[in-house]
Write a protein that binds this ligand. Structure first.
Ligand code: GLU
Length: 416
């Protein structure tokens, strides 16, 4: 049988496994298996050549029992409604495991931002907001950046939203530029949070992080910060990194300054000085202690999990590991820090951004980091404790913690 790679089928299968362990009430289980609300819309955009192209956009509000829906917007050529549903479900579990007072949502547009000019991207971003603004807001649903979206795109979206609503509402979108009331420390937050989780795992195993070998897949906002902070703050020896085209390797470790300079100059990692080329597939199978997938879903599958040599897989991407791969990792004893725990730092600082916007009072980056550390450390140990108490792996344990919290809110509201 072919492996199931539909992300929403995977997200549902993961929930089903947790529901069985929890002996979750069947009515609650069937409610939590589906998104509460979803929006499908077309976005007409005037292109630079004068023609109008119609893009397909989505926003899924998966569950808002614990607070307003929360989650990023992706611009990706392979976007599908099922991918957005899965990512929205994972946001629901992520905000619950991080224990921030928010629900889960996600948005997406089928497009290839690499082939679009800045003007086209601005018109697409504003068009997205025109379609969805009435369903977005501080108390309803709060978007943020994700794959191929960034603070500038958030700025255009916020401006469009505020123009339509007729008032300032900075907390309606997070991951904004600092000058538009973004939070200090938001850009590095996902990577930083993941490194705090890795640090806690290393303590459990009594392992020194300095000098530990590491390979990272993905060099967008998350991967590039993971390289820099992993190297500078934790002394990790990052021997390989990759972007969507190819990877680079140096057995003595890659200097983040050199890689960043090369990437800025050429737009790619390939041919970075002092490195050997390797493919994304080879990177995942390198003999390193820690593997950090920080790109997109379905990278570790039934096809390659057997060849993964890393002892620890820290999932900074959403959904990088399929259930088939999970089974293999369980048998091999690979230690997984599951995605919606490992990458919860981004949404945690997004929540801090909303708090700062609400009070119009802004924190130093050191305070953001201190509070992020506390949140990530608490979440990590809640999951570790659950895994030990129930004799399950970390992914199931993270689900048990999160589903319990969401189900409790649903029950208290009297929905199920
Ligand atoms: N896109 C990020 C994630 O997948 C952050 C979401 C947010 O800050 O709302 O966790």
């Amino acid at each position: 049988m072919d492996e199931i790679l539909n992300p929403f089928a995977i997200a549902q299968a993961q929930l089903d496994e947790a529901a069985a362990v929890l002996q979750l009430d069947p009515d609650m289980h069937s409610f939590l298996r589906r998104p509460m609300r979803e929006f499908h819309f077309t976005i007409p955009v005037r292109m630079d050549d004068g023609r109008v192209r119609t893009f397909q956009g989505f926003r899924v509000q998966y569950n808002d029992a614990r607070g307003p829906a929360k989650g990023g917007i992706r611009f990706h050529p392979d976007e599908t409604i099922d991918t957005v549903r899965a990512l929205a479900a994972w946001m629901t579990w992520k905000t619950a495991v991080a224990d921030v007072p928010l629900g889960g949502g996600k948005g997406g547009v089928i497009c290839n931002p690499r082939e679009m000019s800045q003007g086209e991207l601005e018109r697409l971003s504003r068009g997205y907001m025109r379609s969805i603004s009435r369903y977005i807001g501080l108390t309803k649903d709060v978007p943020a950046p994700d794959v191929h979206t960034n603070p500038q795109i958030m700025a255009w979206m916020l401006d469009e939203h505020e123009m339509l609503q007729g008032h300032h509402e900075p907390g309606a979108i997070t991951g904004k530029p600092l000058q538009l009331r973004g939070s200090a420390g938001r850009s590095p937050a996902t990577a930083m949070g993941g490194l705090f989780a890795i640090r806690e795992a290393a303590k459990l195993f009594d392992v020194e992080l300095a000098g530990t070998t590491c390979a990272m897949q993905g060099y967008g906002n998350v991967g590039s910060f993971a390289h820099r902070l992993g190297h500078d703050r934790f002394g990790l020896k990052v021997v390989a990194v990759s972007d969507e085209f190819s990877g680079i390797y140096n057995e003595n470790g890659l200097d983040p300054d050199v890689v960043a300079k090369h990437q800025r100059r050429t737009g790619r990692l390939a041919d970075c000085p002092d490195t050997e080329a390797l493919s994304n597939a080879e990177l995942l199978e390198l003999d390193v202690s820690i593997l950090i997938p920080a790109a997109i879903e379905n990278q570790l599958t039934g096809q390659n999990a057997d060849n993964v040599k890393a002892r620890v897989v820290a999932e900074l991407a959403n959904g990088p590991t399929t259930p088939e791969a999970d089974k293999i990792f369980r048998e091999k004893g690979t230690y997984i820090i599951p995605d919606f725990l490992c990458n919860a730092g981004g949404v945690t600082v997004s929540y801090f951004e909303m708090v700062q916007n609400a009070y119009q009072f802004y924190w130093e980056e050191s305070l953001v980091q201190e509070r992020l550390d506390y949140k990530m450390t608490t979440a990590f140990h809640a999951v570790d404790k659950m895994a030990k108490a129930r004799g399950v792996d970390n992914r199931v344990a993270a689900y048990l913690v999160a589903v319990n919290r969401v189900a409790e809110a649903v029950r208290l509201r009297g929905w199920v």
